[in-house]
Structure formats: C-alpha cells, structure tokens
Design a protein around this ligand. Structure first.
Ligand code: CAA
Length: 248
C-alpha cells in the first residue's frame, strides 16, 4: 500500500469516479479533479464514494485551461504533497458526421480531450522526473484505434492521445516515470447512454462478450498500471473492450 497522491481528471465522471475508488482502495490519497460547475453531480459523487470519504477529495479544475491546471496542481501539492500518479480521464463528445461538424465541435473535442492531456502532464512531469517516480495513465478509446462513424473529432483526439503517451513515455523512461494509455470500449456511462438507442443496440450487438463494460472493469486496469510493481510497462496501450477490437 502506498500513500502516493493521485490526481484523476474527469474525476467525478462515469469512469473517473470508479478510478478514484480503485486508487483509494489501493491506499492512495485521491484528488477527483473536475469542473467546479458540476455541482449537481458532485452531491451524487459524494454519495458514491462515501466508503472512501477520508481518502478522496474534490478539486475544481478546467483541463482546457493551462493556467487553471497549473494553479489547481499547485494547490493540491501544497496541501497533500506531490502528485505522483496522474490519470487523464476527462473527455467530451460532440458526435456528428464530418459534413455537419462545425469548427467549434471539432475544436472543443480536440481541446478538452487532447490539449487537456498536455495541460496536466506539463504541470506534473518535471516534479515526477526529479523525484524519480511517476505513473501517468491516459484514458484513450477503442474509437481512437478503429475510428467511429460520427466521431472524426473524438477519434482523432483519442488516437493523438496515444501518440502523446508513447512520445512522453520515451522522454521519461529513465526517470522512473511510466506513461500508458488504457483504451476502453463501450461502457455503462452517461456518455454511452447518450447514443441514440438504435445505434447503441447495434454497437452492443457487435461486442463479442455481448454487453457493455462496467466502469470498474476499466478502473482495475488503471489501478494495475499505477502500482509500484508496474514500472516495466510504459508506452503501452491496454485495450479493455470486450473483444470489440482485437489486434496484436
Ligand atoms: N456506419 C455506416 N453508416 C452509418 C452508421 C455507421 N456506424 N451510422 C449511421 N450510418 C448511416 C445511417 O444509416 C444514415 O444513412 P442514410 O442517410 O442512408 O439513411 C446516415 O449514416 C446518417 O448520417 P447522418 O449524417 O444523418 O448522421 P445522423 O445525424 O443520423 O447521426 C451520429 C450520426 C450522431 C454520429 C449517430 O450515428 C451516432 O450517434 N453514432 C454513434 C457514435 C458513437 O459511437 N459515439 C460514441 C460515444 S461514446 C464514446 O465515445 C465512449 C468511447 O470511447 C467508446
């Protein structure tokens, strides 16, 4: 068990909440970092993490704003100590076919899902490297691997996220810092619930295990990658998708 400080962006979201719980169960001090404006969801979140109330705290962050990330991470480090584990789970969708996509829909998704990863990593990487330990896990997506109809923006951002993962992994490999991606398939989250039912049913029919994934099935892989003993896994992408996309 280690008391290391873990910061999870999108920390009160569908996957983020479960990731916070798994890391807390492993003895981490967890910072669930998410938009301060999500007050309604925050109340629910506190109910869901009640078992770990002494280990998980909420911190407002806007991953789309570099300066906001700097100040949020500084506040966290002053209060709890250095961030040694970073999980980038913040993400949005603006699904529509390219012929209908506005420049804003393109930019919003690239900005939050990809620039957001730069904004957080850039603010922790020096400290992790100097201290000789770090774990960064980026939540990418099966749709970054395969491309998805109606998701040119999201697929580009998620594929880009793994490019960032591999490049950064090389830069810090000698410093005790690992950088990996986890690529979830379709899971039981609000994001997937928002897909039109007929489209969603078709997608589920194409998943070999025959069901959506559970957020806990993603979170346990993230927790595994964050372990002290996982130091030889870096630059990897771990697919967790029920067989929806298989490669090697
Ligand atoms: N493949 C091929 N053709 C498709 C298709 C597909 N997957 N989906 C729709 N089409 C066809 C339709 O049959 C229709 O054909 P006709 O014009 O001949 O009738 C046409 O494309 C519809 O095109 P439109 O431009 O009018 O698109 P739309 O407005 O009907 O809806 C969409 C498009 C919003 C993208 C809708 O298809 C959709 O929601 N798809 C799901 C996208 C998705 O999987 N998002 C994932 C969200 S969850 C997530 O992202 C988490 C994660 O990481 C896994």
């Amino acid at each position: 068990m280690s008391e290391r400080v873990a910061l999870v962006t999108g920390g009160i979201g569908g996957l983020g909440t479960e990731i916070c719980k798994f890391l807390a169960r492993s003895g981490r001090r967890v910072i669930a970092a998410d938009l301060g404006s999500r007050a309604e969801r925050l109340a629910e979140f506190h109910g869901e993490i009640a078992e770990f109330a002494d280990r998980i705290v909420f911190e407002p962050i806007n991953v789309g704003d570099f300066d906001d990330c700097s100040s949020a991470i500084k506040r966290v480090e002053t209060q709890y100590g250095p961030v040694e584990i970073l999980v980038n789970a913040a993400g949005i969708t603006r699904d529509t076919t390219l012929r209908k996509m506005s420049p804003q829909q393109w930019a919003d998704v690239l900005h939050i899902n990809l620039d957001g990863v730069f904004n957080t990593c850039r603010n922790v990487i020096e400290g992790m490297s100097e201290r000789g330990f770090g774990r960064i896990v980026n939540i990418s997506s099966v749709n970054g691997q395969t491309g998805q109809f109606g998701q040119t923006n999201y697929s580009a951002a998620k594929a880009g996220m793994h490019g960032l993962t591999m490049a950064l992994a090389r830069e810090v490999a000698r410093k005790g810092v690992t950088v990996n991606s986890v690529s979830p398939g379709y899971c039981n989250t609000a994001m997937v619930a928002a897909i039109p039912e007929n489209v969603r049913n078709q997608i589920v029919a194409g998943i070999p295990v025959g069901r959506l994934g559970e957020p806990s099935e993603i979170a346990r892989v993230v927790d595994f990658l964050c372990a002290e003993e996982s130091g030889f896994i870096t630059g990897a992408n771990i697919p967790v998708n029920g067989g929806y996309f298989m490669d090697f």
